[in-house]
Design a protein around this ligand. Structure first.
Ligand code: HEC
Length: 126
């Protein structure tokens, strides 16, 4: 008798696991919409750590070798990133950085950097 009870326990635990795993899978599938790649805040904060190694924290580069990307126009940033990815703007370093990224991911990066405080400014005519 005792043996049988243990067995039933094991089976039901297995079923719970199956149910949970199935649920987790469904959530992931829903979030990524099939082939679409994640471009949410988590992805942005993770990815921009790589960018920071050259472009500085939040895109404020500390060296002349790397452009300041903080506070540039979002449209311009997106245009540049797409151009690097698609090979229209040729740069071995940047081409590699954005290779394989989706439009949504490049848009999220462009938005992020356009919103950062920046030493750049646009002179205004008065
Ligand atoms: C290994 C160093 C390095 C890393 C990492 C890097 N970049 Fe760059 N980035 C550069 C260099 C060098 C340039 C200038 C290239 C050129 O002359 O076109 C540049 C240029 C750019 C430009 C164009 C700026 C302008 O004023 O036209 C953007 C936008 C940019 N990077 C965004 C990013 C983003 C977003 C990431 C992270 C996904 C990233 N970079 C990671 C080195 C790097």
């Amino acid at each position: 008798m005792a043996g049988r009870r243990t067995m039933r326990h094991t089976v039901s635990r297995g079923l719970i696991c199956l149910a949970l795993c199935g649920f987790a899978g469904a959530v992931v599938a829903q979030e990524y919409h099939g082939n679409e790649k994640p471009a949410g805040n988590d992805w942005v904060s993770q990815t921009t750590q790589t960018c920071a190694s050259c472009h500085g924290k939040n895109g404020v580069s500390q060296t002349a070798n790397f452009p300041v990307i903080a506070g540039q126009y979002q449209d311009y940033l997106l245009h540049s990133l797409k151009a690097y990815r698609d090979g229209d703007r040729k740069n071995a370093i940047m081409g590699g950085q954005v290779q394989g990224m989706s439009d949504a991911q490049l848009k999220a990066l462009a938005r992020y950097y356009s919103e950062q405080d920046s030493p750049l400014h646009t002179p205004m005519a008065d």
